[in-house]
Design a protein around this ligand. Structure first.
Ligand code: AOF
Ligand code: ZN
Length: 364
């Protein structure tokens, strides 16, 4: 058996091993919904002897892979898990029992599982079996990793985020800014992490190509294309043939969805009125944790949805790219909005610089 990581310096460094768990968990970004991202390492005598992550709902949990990897070395070892081990029979059997059976001595947990089926019962079960348990190591990182799963567990709804790029003078751009187009950069990684992305019908035009994550082997989110009566002529040059990704069109009764190319095989949902609740409910039924409302392209037909989401407090997260561009509109009306009625500050603000753009990410 080869020991892949020997980190003598960090022999007792719980944070170090927990950060490794998070790193392992991230391998499966975009692939685990409705389940969380979870990583696990088994440590004995200051050496990692087993590693695992949860790859996909229905497949074994992180602990099971790590225990398998460690084999007999798990006995008297410490297991680090980014999320509390489950104590219930879901699609898979309880991880607590697997840890007990493997005779680990100690379990270090990043965060308690918000799933009401688990919620501290895993910790209780381990302690009852005489295992030493520590909870809350690198908790912020672990929570950050699973913010969408946590939101789903607490509210019953997938996390909804809004993204767009703006110019220096506050105009929403009809294209990605430089920071987002950066190859292999920000936007590509972002798409990979979401289960669905809501787009304007203009994103299906000849001129713009459907947003796609460029990450190798990446999850591609379901593309939810909104086609409203005012703008329902979908100029699609052969969507079904040309696009190798999941696509669904949401439209309303008044709209006529026509297409230059074939829409054969593309599912269309016709609602009385296009509304965010119906879309979010659809995503939930599909087992999604996260949805991105993305104002890329001419987002005229998304305006109502944005308004509704803000007014009804449906947005949890905002991601804005500030591009170093000054843009004048045809009507010369390219100035800042006045008459602000309400001002809300973003919480947990995380500014980042990509290329020549600043990305502001935070919670509403
Ligand atoms: C863990 N480690 O790797 C995962 C956990 O249907 P199941 O059996 O996959 O159970 C899903 C629930 O188990 C999920 O909602 C979450 O509470 C927990 N996921 N727990 O200890 C893991 N994926
Ligand atoms: Zn489990």
């Amino acid at each position: 058996r080869s020991v892949r990581v020997h980190c003598g310096m960090a022999e007792h460094d719980d944070s170090f091993y927990m950060r490794r768990c998070v790193e392992l968990a991230r391998t499966a970004i975009g692939c685990t919904s409705p389940n969380p991202l979870v990583g696990c390492v088994i440590v004995k005598d200051g050496k990692i002897v087993g590693e695992g992550f949860h790859p996909k709902a229905g497949q074994p949990h992180a602990e099971v892979f790590a225990l398998r990897d460690a084999g007999d070395l798990a006995e008297n070892a410490t297991a680090y898990v980014s999320l509390e081990p489950c104590n219930h029979f879901g699609r898979t059997p309880p991880c607590t029992e697997a840890l007990i059976k493997a005779k680990v001595r100690k379990v270090v947990i990043g965060m308690v599982d918000p799933n009401p089926l688990v919620a501290s019962k895993g910790v209780d079960r381990l302690r009852a079996a005489g295992i030493e348990v520590t909870v809350g190591v690198e908790e912020a990182q672990c929570k950050n990793l699973n913010e969408a799963f946590i939101h789903l567990m607490l509210t019953g709804k997938p996390l909804l985020a809004l993204r767009y790029s703006i110019s220096l003078n506050g105009q929403v751009l009809d294209h990605l800014g430089e920071g987002a187009t950066d190859s292999g950069g920000y936007y590509s990684k972002l798409l990979q992490a979401y289960d669905a992305v809501i787009l304007s019908s203009t994103s299906l035009s000849d001129k713009s190509s459907l947003p796609t994550s460029q990450e190798p082997g990446a999850n591609q989110p379901l593309r939810i294309v909104i086609a409203r009566s005012s703008n329902a002529m979908l100029e699609v040059p052969g969507v079904a043939a040309g696009v190798n990704s999941k696509l669904i069109i949401f439209t309303d009764k008044e709209s006529v969805v026509e297409s230059k190319g074939s829409l054969e095989g593309v599912e269309t949902v016709i609602l009385d009125k296009i509304n965010m609740n119906a879309i979010v409910d659809y995503c939930k039924r599909q087992g999604m944790n996260s949805v991105l409302l993305d104002l890329v392209g001419n987002s005229y037909d998304l305006e109502e949805l944005v308004k509704e989401s803000v007014e009804q407090n449906m947005l949890q997260k905002i991601l804005v790219e500030v591009s170093p561009l000054w843009c004048e509109r045809n009507d010369g009306n390219a100035h800042f909005p006045l008459n602000m009625v309400e001002v809300r500050k973003l919480k947990n603000l995380q500014p980042k610089i990509y290329g020549k753009s600043i990305i502001l990410e935070g919670h509403l």
